[in-house]
Every structure is written in C-alpha cells, then in structure tokens.
Design a binder for this molecule. Structure first.
Ligand code: ADP
Ligand code: MG
Length: 322
C-alpha cells in the first residue's frame, strides 16, 4: 500500500533525518513508528503526503509513485492528525469536519450526513456539538474531532503523528481504544507515530523502531519481543519496571488462561519449557524465542502458561498502571 524504497531525507543543514528507509506498509495495517525524539518519525510521515520531499529514493502508494499523483488528490486521500490540536478556532465543529469533503465538492446534504455519522461514531451527539466552537470542547473532545476530521472524506490512509501525547492519561487511553476499535471497523491503513512503547504495543499490528534516522527493525510486537534485532530494540520493548513473573501473577494476567489441570512438568503436557514464577522477564523472553508457549510453575504446581502474546498484552496494559 505504502512502499518506501531507499528513502533518504537530508535537510539543508546536512542533517540526515531519515536514512535509506525501506519498508512496506500493507493495506489495512496499523503500522506504528516509534523511536526517541529527533529520530525522524515526523519527517517520515510528512514525506508520505509530500509536506516534505525526500532527497533520495521513492515512495509508492498503491504501486504509483507519489509524485505521479495530483498533489490535491494525494492529500485528500490521506487524513492527517497532528499532536497539537489543529482545529480552526473561528469555525464550528461542523465546519471543521467539513473542510475536505467540501474541497472535494461533495453536496451539502452528503457533507451534513457525514458530519453526523462521524460524530456519532465517536460518541458525540451531533445536536449538542455541531454548532460549537473548538474552545467549547474539552481537550479530549477536540482531539476526537481532529481524528474524525481526518476521516471525513473517507481517505484510504490516515497518518497520525503523536496524536494523543498532549492529552491527559484518561482521555488518551479512551482515544487509543476508540482508534483501535475504529480501525477494526473501517479497515483503513493507519500510520501512527508515538514515542510511547505501551501505546505502540496496544495499537500496532507492526511496529517500526527508529533510531537516528534508521529503521532498526519493523515487525509484529511478538516478534520484536522474541527476536529483537539489537540491544536498542530490546531496551525499547522490554519493560524494566517488571523484574520477575511474580508481577504478572499479582495482576492475574498470566494465570488466567491455564487450560486444564495439566502438569506442565510432565513432558506429556506438551510444554517444552517450564519456568518458575520467580524467573526474570528477560529470561522468559529469551526462552520464548525458542518455544511458543512456556509453562510457569510455583512450588511445583503449574500456575499458568505464557506466550509472547500474553507478554505483549501485559506490557501494553502496563500503561494503565503508570
Ligand atoms: P521526530 O519526529 O522523530 O522527533 P523529526 O523528523 O522531527 O524527528 O526530526 C528528525 C531530525 O531532523 C532532527 O534532528 C531534527 O532536528 C531535524 N529536522 C526536522 N525538521 C527539520 C528542518 N525543517 N530543518 C532542519 N532539520 C530538521
Ligand atoms: Mg515528531
């Protein structure tokens, strides 16, 4: 869907913000770029809708070089959500959402129906909110409008650049759930930027980890966990705040899905690995590279089964506890 081929961006002052980026984001995928501040995430995003031109390499959308598209057509087909809430303050919510549909010359009735539909989609009553100005909404509500405005003209691609990072933790988590849910229903291709690993794990089908303009690794959360390309990835994905599996037990995440009274220590149970509940998370992750599921025992009794999915889920949910 979106293919980067050896894409490099060097700014005038000689800074290589993005270096020979090669990656393909698939149709319907939720792809998350993550990395420290200044690693080139925003530059990467802005090259997709040509707010920034690459200095080398090419980007293709549905097999066609982005330079072969009419620039308006390209941008109208790519929704863009920014970190800072970028609603026009003098316009009503309805007018803000209608901008691109109107540019695309949809008729009034269709635009109006679309505005109602989008507001309802994110649980905001059209009657209550349509005629309000942005400053009559909370930060979370404004950002929700930012998201649906990007969806308004039904683009195939949505770019979201740290869309929730200015929000308080509760609105942020609510919007993360909204967007994950939305993605399941509307099946858009979403490219999402964050510097928050929990957010990436909670949302991404695949996560691309960047450092100093280089895409170090792009993979599913489970594979990043099991086969990190290097220590940087390992550090990034591993959560140093949990040391042993006991943390999992306490939160009742690990042991919930113990299928039966199988004794995992019995080879017949099918688990090739058994670890104690006091094992460090690092060690478990290392073992998961070799087997898909690991049984956990405490005082000789099987208390649960760990898979990389369980760990990813756990790490993603850690955000609630931060
Ligand atoms: P991120 O979004 O990951 O924080 P950016 O893509 O914004 O990173 O920036 C990557 C690098 O490029 C940084 O070193 C930044 O200072 C530099 N940079 C970004 N925009 C410009 C610009 N317009 N001119 C020169 N350097 C820039
Ligand atoms: Mg940025």
């Amino acid at each position: 869907m979106i293919r980067f081929e050896k894409v490099t961006k060097e700014y005038k002052d000689g800074i290589k913000a993005v270096h020979s980026l090669d990656v393909e984001i698939k149709k319907g995928e939720f792809f998350v770029f993550i990395g420290p501040s200044g690693c080139g995430k925003t530059t990467t995003m802005k090259m997709i809708n040509r707010l920034i031109d690459s200095t080398e390499g090419s980007i293709y959308i549905q097999g066609k070089n982005i330079h072969e598209y009419d620039i308006h057509e390209l941008r109208w087909n790519i929704g863009y959500v920014l970190q800072q809430i970028a609603l026009f303050p003098h316009m009503t919510i309805e007018e803000n959402i209608s901008i691109v549909p109107e540019l695309r010359k949809w008729n009034k009735e269709k635009v109006s129906r679309r505005v109602d539909e989008l507001l309802e989609m994110v649980g905001m009553d059209p009657k209550t909110f349509k005629k309000r100005k942005p400053n009559e909404l909370s930060g979370g509500q404004q950002q929700r409008i930012g998201v649906i405005r990007a969806l308004a003209a039904d683009p195939d691609i949505i770019l979201m650049d740290e869309p929730f990072s200015a929000l308080d933790p509760i609105s942020r988590e609510k919007l993360q759930m909204d967007i994950a849910d939305l993605q399941k229903r509307i099946q858009k291709t979403i490219v999402f930027v964050t510097h928050d690993m929990q957010e990436a794990l909670a949302l991404g089908d695949r996560i691309g980890i960047m450092r100093d303009g280089i895409l170090v690794q792009a993979d599913t959360p489970e594979n990043l966990l099991k086969n990190p390309a290097d220590d940087f990835v390992k550090e990034f994905i591993g959560n140093r705040s949990i040391h042993t599996l006991s943390a999992f037990n306490n939160e009742d995440i690990l042991v919930k899905d113990l299928e039966s009274k199988l004794n995992p220590i019995d080879p017949a149970s099918g688990y090739s690995s058994v670890v104690s509940a006091e094992t460090s998370l690092d060690e478990v992750i290392r073992q998961l590279a070799e087997s898909d599921a690991i049984a956990v025992e405490k005082d000789g009794i099987a208390i649960g089964v760990l898979t990389s999915q369980t760990i990813v889920k756990h790490l993603a949910e850690m955000r609630a506890a931060r």
